[in-house]
Design a protein around this ligand. Sequence first.
Ligand SMILES: [Zn+2]
Length: 309
Amino acid sequence: MSTAHVVRRVAVFGGTHGNEMSGVYLVKRWLQNQEAITRSSFLTVPCIANPHAVERCRRYIDVDLNRQFTQEHFSMDFPPSTAPYEVHRAVELNKKFGAKGEAFDVIIDLHNTTSNMGNCLIIGSSMDSFTLQMVKYLVQRSGLVCPVFLTENTVPQLEMADSKRLGVHGISLELGAQPQGVLLADIYLRHERLVHTCLDFIHKFNQGEVFPPETLEVYRILHVVDYPRNNDNDLSAMVHPELQDKDWHPLKPGDPMFLTLDGETIKYEGDSTVYPAFINEAAYYEKGIAFWATQKETLNVTELQVKTN
Ligand SMILES: [Zn+2]
């Protein structure tokens, strides 16, 4: 049996990336009508995480905000004036929601991807029973198919430093496929439903409901795969048509992976089956990522109840 502290404060972030529109517009709406996301046992605060990027409908102004939630930035009170806008923003968000501020219990961060990831739930730890039980609740009770992406990894280059780190517990709801700067109604409605299901779970937890032991299927990140490139570091191939949109499907040794600009197929030559995610995500060309290779795992989730003293 695990216990966790009662949840007092929950933040819902939209616009951590300014051109991911369903989170932006849900949060804009909730800022006008906070009642819609209120539950009686805790406070819910909506927040546009990167307002300048949202105004310009861009992913970010200077650097990716969702990689700035580092210990180095958390330790700052005032970043140098020459620091990128998003570093200033990460420090401000930490002063409001993080350990330097009111220390929010849960951060729910809304994202969209151009990849065909469905209703993806992203978590950073396999050890946090509260978040794992919340994810299991979403899988069982939202009425939506939700692949779970676990970004826990020991490879330093894959360190996320994302907004989930601001809170004691955190989850990203990464819905796609949706083009950047485009609002799709069905994705907006699914995003909304997932947020409400999270809030329902938290309210039940606060009221003392016991969540039984469970197992949870997750896709754990293994490594990233870049596009084939020429000597100028420019693309020499694209995602193969047979791999495009096949997020979460097995990619087996010998399966087509890329198609060169000359029309030649490049096969996957690893020694084991992987499950690709974020295939051909528009924002990842600059990061050198064609997709993330993941492996399927089953986690044991311990029984959970609110700590009573
Ligand atoms: Zn995003």
